[in-house]
Design a protein around this ligand. Structure first.
Ligand SMILES: *Cc1c(COP(=O)(O)O)cnc(C)c1O
Length: 382
């Protein structure tokens, strides 16, 4: 129905009711939310201090600990997207002058460098070509050189499709008293990740990738070692909204008002995490791996080349090289507008060179791979 709305200068603005196309989101995120998650999100809001909501917050904390495989008491959702949880991690972990060693092998490594610098870190960088990973030897030598307070790595580099192995890194960190900070935005829920077993002190994620939820409520966790550092700070956390000293009093026993939580997003996040718990986290990882392997085979059958070496490939995000003579941007646009299928293009070093195909959360299903191979196949085979 078209309505006529009065505007300030008494002209009339013609607007129809919201009419957004339904797309299959197979790019680097967001991914489609599970229908049950959307249904949960439609539940009418209660107040942010309502006992029913406080119970839901506790449940979110328990479910996050399960999906991340951690016992960290301070495990919460940040109100905001993955970048807000990333900034919460940086803001709470770093004090001005701290030496922070960051592995940069893609776009999100660069974002960590930018954020850490803004919070006064003495940033040291190691780099790799986009699509490669850091070996334990490389990390060991960089840690020995820089003696960092914090080592920051991106587990799942969404810009390249590479999975950075994390086993053994925390042992290297502990030898030098460093904390280990990990971006798990595109791995949580879809890629094996054992926070406690792997000694990860600080981690964050988002809702709209591996968890199959709309964007806006983002997982965050800190180990007791990281909290010790927070409590012994000489300076205030330089970000009021994301200060865990304050936020932990809302999520903890005190229940002190801090900000109005995005209530309905938390409903959605709880349902998405509940669905993962119902499936079982190991089963979710296995499903992502199986569907990714099915996609890789299909892309190779179409004559295409995958960008990342198989053992380091992410099951959640695949980079495939754009065949010679094909306009990658134009194809992605055609898939979107003609087929309602979204895929991503390359960023930075990989700009114009690869497509990025996401199979994340609820979207990691065989029928979606079939659909993608069918519509992309028509474009690359001509
Ligand atoms: C998507 C992403 C982010 C940022 O998350 P937003 O929800 O877009 O703010 C950070 N790191 C990685 C690795 C990502 O893929």
């Amino acid at each position: 129905m078209t309505q006529t709305l009065p505007t300030k200068n008494h002209q009339r603005l013609q607007l129809s009711a919201l009419n957004i196309p339904i797309r299959l989101l197979l790019g680097p995120g967001p991914s489609n939310a599970h229908p049950d998650v959307l249904k949960a999100m439609n539940t009418p809001s209660v107040g942010h201090l309502d006992p029913a909501f406080l119970t839901l917050m506790d449940e979110i904390q328990s479910l996050l600990r399960y999906v991340w495989q951690t016992e960290n008491p301070l495990t919460i959702a940040v109100s905001g997207t993955g970048s807000a949880a990333m900034e919460a991690t940086i803001a709470n972990a770093i004090e001005p002058g701290d030496v922070v060693l960051i592995g940069v092998a893609g776009y999100f490594g660069h974002r960590l460098v930018d954020m850490a610098g803004r919070y006064g870190a003495d940033v040291r960088i190691i780099t790799k070509p986009w699509g490669q990973i850091f070996s334990l030897e490389e990390l060991q030598s960089a840690i020995a050189t820089h003696h960092p307070t914090i080592v920051a790595l991106v587990h799942a580099e969404t810009s390249t499709g590479a999975r950075q192995p994390l086993e053994g890194v925390s042992e290297l960190c502990r030898q030098h008293g460093s904390l280990l900070l990990v971006d798990s935005v595109t791995s949580m829920g879809g890629v094996p990740l054992y926070l406690d077993e792997w000694g990860i002190d600080l981690a964050y994620s988002c809702s709209q990738k591996g968890l199959g939820c709309p964007p806006g409520a983002s997982p965050f966790t800190m180990s007791p070692r990281a909290i010790e550092k927070l409590l012994s700070r000489q300076t205030k956390v330089a970000n009021w909204y994301l200060d865990m000293n304050l936020l932990s009093k809302y999520w903890g026993k005190e229940r002190t008002y801090h900000h109005t939580a995005p209530i309905n997003l938390y409903y959605a996040l709880r349902e998405s995490l509940r669905l993962i718990a119902e499936e079982g986290i190991e089963n979710s990882w296995e499903r992502h791996q199986n569907n990714a392997e099915y996609l890789w085979q299909g892309l190779e059958d179409l004559g295409m080349t995958l960008h990342v070496e198989e053992q380091y490939r992410l099951p959640t995000l695949t980079t495939v090289r754009i065949p010679e003579g094909i306009d990658g941007k134009a194809v992605a646009r055609e898939l979107l507008l003609e087929e309602n299928v979204e895929i991503g293009g390359g960023l930075g070093e990989l700009g114009g060179k690869v497509w990025r195909i996401g199979l994340m959360g609820y979207n990691s299903r065989k029928e979606n791979v079939d659909k993608l191979l069918e519509v992309l196949g028509k474009k690359v085979k001509g």
